[in-house]
Design a protein around this ligand. Structure first.
Ligand SMILES: Cc1cc2nc3c(=O)[nH]c(=O)nc-3n(C[C@H](O)[C@H](O)[C@H](O)COP(=O)(O)OP(=O)(O)OC[C@H]3O[C@@H](n4cnc5c(N)ncnc54)[C@H](O)[C@@H]3O)c2cc1C
Length: 542
């Protein structure tokens, strides 16, 4: 049985409830992977044992006394459960470790500072003592960015540094403490008539500090931008001192220093505060539309035409490729219905048809104008309008679908995601190469979607599933995952679009960016963190 101090409690997503696989989904799994009925009745590697860490905490009594004197004894934890909880994020390989009862990279302790000034004292002390510091937000990283291979402390920013400091209605910005979670920020902004505009699928369990540090993207990023587009300024504590940047709209005073912290993944310092652009909150004005296309190529072409038309931008803008579309139709019970048969007759065939979802947010006349233009262009691209219900349904399950990975792993199915950015001219090339790669593995399945769209290109988001090789789970996953990363890079995709690099993709960083660029990153790191205490041990390939 699971309990609050088990590995399972740590590895599970979100509010930790036990999600089950629907009847439709079970049918798809049986068909695709040939899983026997018995596998649905037991849990593979459930991780239900109580957490136990063999590595003792290396913090010395004098060091613990120091942390207690700064932040209070109640904010310093060295017990096994806390250390295990802060030893990892939600990368598949980390979840597998926990299922095996392994905690390879625990911090020696967890410190939860109460103020910016306490962070300053802690960072200065840790730099002098050579104690590693891993800044921790919601621990939803999927790139191994919150492990502590050098021990030291995890700095829990969520316990106290989690408030909205100011909503500036004149400048239309919000200043927050970095450990604030998405819902707390959005609730306060909605109360004042605004929205943060940043809604990653992990929204409920991730923080502003983590969004900025991993350069995240929310579901409406095509309209609102990625988090770095919303970032106005930061206040950050580095071992070399505090960096606080101004709230200017734009400047020409050399490099934008605040941008160094977007994507730094905790390697330069601790962001304690951030100021972000905010947006009007008017959900009643949102216009949406769903379309279906006969092929992925046609849907991509329509998407490109729409984004390059300069007639206003969608906010949510997605295409599911044929495999993802088929799974959506099958698991929702749409397959085989009368509506499905009509679609098939019209040439929207299983195995090639693709769904496109759009929303436009903003002022009422604007959203109506833009959605009209989009409908016209989608139709011109041979897309068929299928109403707004599919978009609404997709939005309704957006956060809950994140819970499905846990029951999939219980069934012995490996499932992970990767994402990349590509130019339009190269998009189909990378999409095809990734599918070809996965097709070479027996009983493997991949769904791909586009969800963040730009004038010169878009992202591709890959979700792969395959039965684990029982008894060889770790090696099997690592080998398969590595092959997919290499396929994406070889065909010209970027190393990441919005998950960041962490330790998982770090081995490819130098090859991807080039030596001179990596040396530049290392020089910045060396200046701000001369004793290499900030998230050391490979993050970003530093
Ligand atoms: C189910 C699921 C869905 C996801 N969906 C999305 C998505 O739609 N879009 C997306 O962009 N990402 C997504 N992610 C990835 C992840 O949620 C994001 O990377 C998120 O931005 C991480 O935020 P966090 O608060 O959890 O940060 P953490 O995981 O705690 O930390 C991430 C990195 O930021 C650093 N860091 C955190 N706070 C600070 C700080 N204050 N100062 C300095 N460094 C700091 C950490 O050291 C680490 O390197 C998803 C993850 C999961 C598990």
């Amino acid at each position: 049985m699971e309990n609050g101090n088990s590995y399972r409690h740590i590895l599970k997503w979100g509010d930790k409830h036990e999600e089950s696989i629907s009847h439709h989904m079970a049918e798809v799994i049986k068909e695709k992977f040939g899983l026997p009925e018995a596998d649905f009745k037991r849990k593979h590697l459930p991780g239900t044992e109580p957490v136990k860490i063999d590595k003792p905490s290396m913090l010395k009594p004098a060091q613990l006394d120091f942390f207690r004197s700064v932040s209070g004894a109640e904010n310093i934890m060295t017990d096994d459960l806390s250390r295990a909880r802060f030893s990892c994020g939600k990368f598949y390989g980390e979840l597998l470790d926990l299922r095996f009862g392994l905690v390879p990279d625990p911090p020696d302790g967890v410190v939860a500072p109460r103020t910016h000034e306490e962070v300053e004292k802690i960072i200065s002390y840790c730099s002098d003592e050579g104690i590693a510091v891993v800044p921790a937000g919601g621990l939803s990283s999927v790139t191994g960015a919150v492990r502590a291979p050098a021990g030291g402390i995890a700095l829990d920013l969520t316990k106290h540094l989690n408030r909205v400091l100011a909503v500036n209605k004149v400048n239309k910005t919000v200043t927050v403490q970095a450990g604030i979670y998405g819902p707390a920020l959005e609730e306060e902004l909605n109360r004042q008539g605004y929205s943060c505009g940043h809604f990653p699928q992990s929204f409920e369990y991730s923080t502003v500090g983590g969004w900025v540090s991993a350069r995240g993207a929310g579901q409406a990023s095509t309209g609102y931008g990625k988090i770095e587009d919303m970032l106005v300024s930061v206040r950050a504590v580095t071992p070399a001192g505090v960096i606080a940047t101004g709230d200017f709209p734009r400047t020409a005073q050399g490099w934008d220093i605040f941008r160094l912290f977007a994507g730094a993944e905790g390697t330069l310092g601790v962001i304690t505060e951030a100021t972000l652009h905010i947006f009007n909150y008017a959900p009643e004005n949102t216009a949406s539309a769903g379309f279906i296309f006969r092929s992925f190529e046609a849907a991509v072409e329509a998407m490109r035409t729409i984004i390059q038309a300069e007639c206003g931008k969608p906010h949510l803008f997605r295409i599911s490729d044929p495999d993802e579309t088929d799974i959506a139709f099958r698991t929702s019970g749409f397959d085989g219905t009368l509506a499905d048969r009509v679609l098939q007759m019209l040439g929207f065939k299983t195995g090639s048809r693709c769904l496109m979802f759009v929303t436009v947010e903003g002022e009422k006349e604007y959203t109506r104008f833009v959605i009209r233009k989009i409908k016209r262009k989608a139709r011109a691209g041979k897309g068929m309008y299928i109403g707004t219900t599919p978009v609404r349904k997709w939005l309704e399950q957006r956060y809950s679908s994140a819970y499905l990975r846990d029951p999939m792993m219980d069934l012995g199915i490996m499932t992970d995601t990767l994402e990349t950015a590509v130019t339009w001219e190269n998009l189909l090339n990378v999409w095809k190469a990734a599918h070809d790669y996965v097709a070479r593995r027996a009983k493997a399945f991949m769904m791909i979607h586009i969800s963040h769209v730009y004038e010169n290109g878009a992202n591709l988001y890959f979700t792969f599933l395959s039965p684990m090789e029982k008894g060889n789970e770790r090696h099997d996953f690592t080998t398969f995952h590595r092959g997919l990363v290499e396929t994406i890079l070889k065909h010209g995709g970027s190393i990441s679009h919005h998950h960041g690099v962490g330790r998982v993709l770090a081995p490819w960083m130098e090859g991807h960016l080039g030596r001179s660029s990596m040396e530049l990153l290392r020089a910045v790191k060396k200046h701000l963190d001369p004793n290499n205490i900030m998230n050391p041990g490979g993050t970003l390939g530093l």
